[in-house]
Design a protein around this ligand. Structure first.
Ligand code: COA
Length: 149
């Protein structure tokens, strides 16, 4: 398993991964309606505003995450279905969170599906993220509070 920083050339494949998750899948076409495309992601990366990391196994991209230093938002986290449950989501989340913290973002946050039946719901809480009681477009806002055993 290799965790490495996302390069511009990876972006089209990352959009395919985002469309292929078991839950909360987002298609290329849907993201385009929000103005999120490989081109817009490339502009954001090239400006230094966003950075991301990905996980490769046997040369295949199986998960990725990215964040935006101007807002402190964890923008995306996705792991392919057959690679869930191996610690990949945790490792990618931590890598982006560390970068946002190093950037001095006063608030590191993310917006997530609030459905308690979804894997992401328990996953984020297990990784130390807690809801603020705020919602945005139906997603709940979580901030990192640290893990307590
Ligand atoms: C949510 C997602 C990123 C999790 O990735 P993952 O690689 O399967 O998660 P990990 O294996 O790293 O799990 C990390 C920890 O969370 C725990 N965990 C995961 N899901 C959990 C749940 N529903 N409830 C409680 N704990 C959970 C794991 O047991 C693990 O605990 P440990 O580190 O103490 O052993 C992945 O399932 C995914 O991509 N889902 C689809 C896309 C998505 O929903 N993204 C988020 C959009 S808001």
């Amino acid at each position: 398993m290799l965790i490495r920083e996302t390069q511009l050339a990876d972006l089209p494949e990352l959009f395919r991964v985002r469309a292929a998750t078991r839950e909360n899948a987002l298609s290329v076409d849907y993201l385009a309606t929000l103005g999120i495309t490989p081109e817009s992601a490339a502009r954001s990366m090239a400006s230094g505003e966003s950075r991301g990391w990905l996980c490769e196994i046997d040369g295949r991209i199986v998960g990725f995450a990215s964040g935006d230093r101007s807002s402190g938002e964890m923008l995306v986290l996705a792991v392919l279905p057959e690679y869930e449950g191996r610690g990949i989501g945790r490792a990618l989340l931590q890598r982006v969170r560390d970068w946002l913290a190093d950037c001095g973002c006063p608030r590191v946050w993310l917006a997530a599906n609030p459905d308690p039946a979804g894997r992401a719901h328990g996953f984020y809480r297990r990784c130390g993220w807690q809801p603020l009681g705020e919602y945005s477009n139906g997603d709940e806002i979580l901030i990192y509070r640290g893990e307590h055993s």
